[in-house]
Design a protein. Structure first.
Ligand code: SF4
Length: 292
């Protein structure tokens, strides 16, 4: 790939100083959990693990952001923030409530943009319109779960949608000034070298502006944990995982911003593989292998 640009550097160049994300939640759920699509969720997903650190029951979105800013400002000495709606499926729920909450948060001092994570099959026409409007006034990032482009893998992980709908969603989002982000997982069962190569090419072809790359981890209280304990899933060895990362990055031909290189799952939730417990060492080895 071209010279890598990491999100922190990209934001610093864009806003002239360091910018930090501050998460909030709205109490949203996910159609892949509440029965609209399935009850099981994606096999690797543990909803509880997504709760922002500043969240306390009953807090409004603005209160969560205020609290988050207070902590982050003290810790990292930053004055500009991106509000991050990290809450299952960020566009799934009462639309007015979600949109009004986003608008409220965007009006807060120090907030220079917003990042929203969601599913491609949960963006209504009203949301596309809303996103297009707010992207004219603020920096908007919309992150969609892709994970793999192999239909069989998507079936095994119980993703609940195929890749075509994700492609269409990115196409539509890219018509506005939106920083589109693909969330992908390296090391999924069934994904071979060609799938990882294909995923990288797909990202370039679809002009996706950012990537969030996660290594597969088995989290507790997930279907994947059951599979792992039954012997139905063996996480890749570290060397194999790094090999797949190399294939992936060697085949990214477009200019993308790297949002993450490894999973951000809380260590306390990680059941396997053991090497995933030491995130810094894994990150160092991956960066070394892919030449970053
Ligand atoms: S990964 Fe996302 S889409 Fe899948 S179950 Fe979890 S919140 Fe839902």
């Amino acid at each position: 790939m071209n010279r890598p640009v990491f999100l922190s550097d990209y934001l610093k160049a864009k806003f002239g100083e360091k910018v930090h994300k501050v998460s909030f939640k709205l109490g949203l759920t996910c159609p892949n959990r509440d029965g609209r699509i399935s009850y099981g969720g994606c096999i690797y997903c543990n909803g509880a693990e997504l709760i922002p650190f500043s969240y306390r029951e009953g807090m409004t979105p603005k209160e969560q952001i205020e609290k988050g800013i207070e902590v982050v400002r003290r810790k990292y000495k930053v004055n500009k923030f991106i509000a991050y709606l990290q809450d299952n499926t960020g566009t799934y729920g009462f639309e007015d409530y979600i949109m009004n909450s986003i608008s409220d948060v965007l009006g807060m001092e120090g907030i220079v943009g917003i990042s929203i994570g969601t599913r491609a099959d949960c963006i209504s026409d009203s949301f596309y319109k809303f996103f297009s409007e707010i992207s004219k006034k603020t920096f908007l990032m919309v992150e969609l779960g892709v994970q793999s482009i192999n239909p069989r893998t998507l079936e095994i992980i119980n993703r609940g949608h195929g890749v075509k709908i994700v492609e269409d969603a990115f196409k539509r989002l890219n018509q506005s000034e939106i920083h589109t982000v693909a969330h992908v997982i390296i090391g999924l069962m069934n994904d071979k070298e060609d799938d990882v190569k294909g995923l990288a090419e797909w990202i370039s072809k679809n002009e996706i502006k950012g990537i969030k790359v996660h290594n597969i981890v088995v989290l507790r209280d997930t279907s994947l944990e059951k599979m792992y304990l039954n012997g139905g899933f063996v996480p890749p060895e570290k060397e194999r995982l790094i090999e797949l990362y190399k294939i992936f990055f060697n085949n990214i031909k477009s200019k993308v911003v790297i949002h993450r290189l490894t999973t951000d799952a809380d260590k306390r939730f990680i059941v396997a593989p053991e090497y995933a417990q030491d995130k810094n060492s894994l990150l160092k080895d991956i960066k070394l292998a892919i030449g970053f």
